[in-house]
Design a protein around this ligand. Sequence first.
Ligand code: TPP
Length: 286
Amino acid sequence: MADQKEVARLKELACDMRKKLLYLCGTYEGVVHIGGDLSMTDLLIGLYHHGMNVNPDDIQDPKRDRFILSKGHGAVCMYIAMALRGFFDYDDILKRYGKLDSPYGMHVCKVYLPGAECSTGSLGHGLAVSVGMAFSARQKKQDHRVFCMMGDGETCEGSVWEAANTAGSYKLGNLIGIVDKNSQLMTSFANESMSFEHYPERWEAFGWNAVEIDGHNMNQIIDALDNLPSVTSDKPTVIIANTVKGKGVSFMEGVIGWHAGALSTEDMEKAMAEVDAACEKERSAA
Ligand SMILES: Cc1ncc(C[n+]2csc(CCOP(=O)(O)OP(=O)(O)O)c2C)c(N)n1
């Protein structure tokens, strides 16, 4: 069972991160992909603050775990998770997000952002790049992992399954996929567009371990990350995280219009107060 002090520490970080995302969404002059940012907040906190071996003071450490945000439209969520870990300054993100020549683009740009392993934004490519990185690590006898975060909508892309098949065929146990399964795409609910039946079995058919969790339950996130098979094992693992788009904000949860949007000051304050209240409830229940 996960260490409860650690779980409490990570939950606090997730609360802080949700508020930081909402503040940006209420103060930035354009739209933010807030729905899918809030669905993967707990997962990114679990990864950057517990599960992955990363060091903001040595971003080129060859032993570091590699992270690819394949759902690249959630870039600012990754920037803030990294800022809370000491990679960047949150105020700098607020100042420069989405501006010309900024390292903090709406999508991830490896050329501009120190610590980014891959530029993403065109969906369906991150897993293939991750497979290449994991294969290369195997050949060089390196023992880090490669983590790849995908959206469930993104996995409608055929290229994802070609990459999944390749990873299974080459027995890349050093590769971890995470699917932020919030059951919404951009303009529809997932099951209105594509079937997601037998979803874990699809991964298993390509030679993967599939682990299904509640992607907002920090105990389950930490358990999944703490119990990954060894880097030398012969099966890649996918963590299928059931999440809620817009998690934590009543007027966003499960609402199609909140794939991306901007918040008025009033709604921003309301949303932040809801997050605060939920965090306070969790604290007093602990
Ligand atoms: C190849 C490609 N097609 C279309 C888009 C536009 N697009 C951006 S986000 C999105 C929906 C993705 O859904 P999902 O992967 O489930 O992301 P989430 O709901 O977690 O934000 C689409 C279609 C894109 N970025 N890349």
